[in-house]
Design a protein around this ligand. Structure first.
Ligand code: FES
Length: 306
């Protein structure tokens, strides 16, 4: 960020007046604005004063413009000090605005700045021969052709230290120079082989309306997916309904463990379940007196036969 101050008094000119040609031009510009709005011409007049003044705006020029537009001096001074396109100090015949913003820095702007510092000196310094001065500025909107500089009204792009040195040599020698890319490009097209947008269908019209086809296909796919999902949900619902119907049918009654009127067997398990004492073997024999004589008879028979 540069300090926006007027040049010291000792280098300010005695006075300023537009040339007759520029006065006529200024009158035409002022006449474009409705009565009472002439102050709107202030930037145009400052620009013309800078052009006439060798690339910078002096204090007398600011006062002259204020008088022309019937503005307080301070109002014109405010405009001149606000906009960085107005130089408030003398500049070289070739005023170089060097872009030092990130894209240019990434593409080698530091090498260009090194050339400037070496050949011209520090920022704002005008060379002894009055030919060059430079200022670092923010992005000049030619990042596709970085690194670049603006010299007076023209851009010089795709610079290298070699091409920039040559450019300065040519300007100093009064040789013609070509604004724009300095590496053979015409604009910001690919430098060597073109390797993008090569698909022939981009140029034969076959892809016209392809976006619509894609949307239609996507819509059909979405519809098919929704139908499949609905069918799946319907099948699941039917399965659930069937299961519910089956659960509602009463189960056939289980047959009773004993027929009606039949006594439950007096097994040890039943007795334990009913909290009764297990039947001891001697009690069993006592409970079945008819079986003992039969066994004794069978033993006597066996003895007789033997
Ligand atoms: S960053 Fe240099 S022109 Fe944009």
């Amino acid at each position: 960020m540069s300090v926006r101050r007027l040049a010291p008094k000792e280098i300010q000119p005695e006075g300023f007046a537009f040339t007759p040609e520029n006065t006529a031009w200024a009158e035409r510009i002022i006449a474009k604005y409705p009565e009472g709005r002439q102050a709107s011409a202030v930037i145009s007049l400052l620009w013309k004063a800078q052009e006439q003044g060798g690339g910078w705006v002096s204090e007398p020029a600011i006062r002259t413009i204020a008088d022309l537009l019937k503005m307080p001096y301070i109002r014109v001074l405010e405009v001149a000090t606000f906009y960085t396109m107005f130089n408030l100090q003398p500049v070289g015949r070739y005023f170089i605005q060097f872009c030092g913003t990130t894209p240019c820095r990434l593409r080698g702007a530091q090498d260009i700045q090194d050339v400037l510092e070496q050949r011209v000196g520090h920022q704002g310094h005008v060379t002894e021969d009055g030919l060059f001065s430079w200022l670092e500025v923010e992005c000049l909107g030619a990042c596709c052709n970085a690194p670049m500089v603006q010299i007076n009204n023209d851009y010089y792009e795709d610079l290298t230290p070699e091409s920039f040195n040559k450019l300065l040599d040519d300007l100093a020698a009064g040789r013609p120079v070509k604004p724009g890319p300095q590496n053979g490009r015409v604009a910001s097209e690919p430098l060597n082989a073109i390797n993008t947008l090569l698909e022939p269908s981009l140029y034969d019209g076959s892809v016209v309306g392809s976006w619509r086809k894609r949307f239609e296909e996507e819509e059909a796919r979405a519809r098919a997916e929704a139908a499949a999902k609905a069918a799946e949900e319907k099948a699941a619902a039917e399965k659930a309904a069937l299961a519910a119907r089956e659960a509602a049918v009463p189960e056939p009654a289980k047959p009773a463990t004993t027929r009606a009127g039949e006594q439950v067997a007096d097994t040890p398990a039943h007795r334990v379940a009913e909290g009764k004492e297990p039947i001891k073997p001697e009690s069993q024999q006592a409970a079945a007196p008819d079986t003992a004589p039969k066994a004794a008879d069978r033993a006597a028979d066996d003895k007789t036969k033997g």
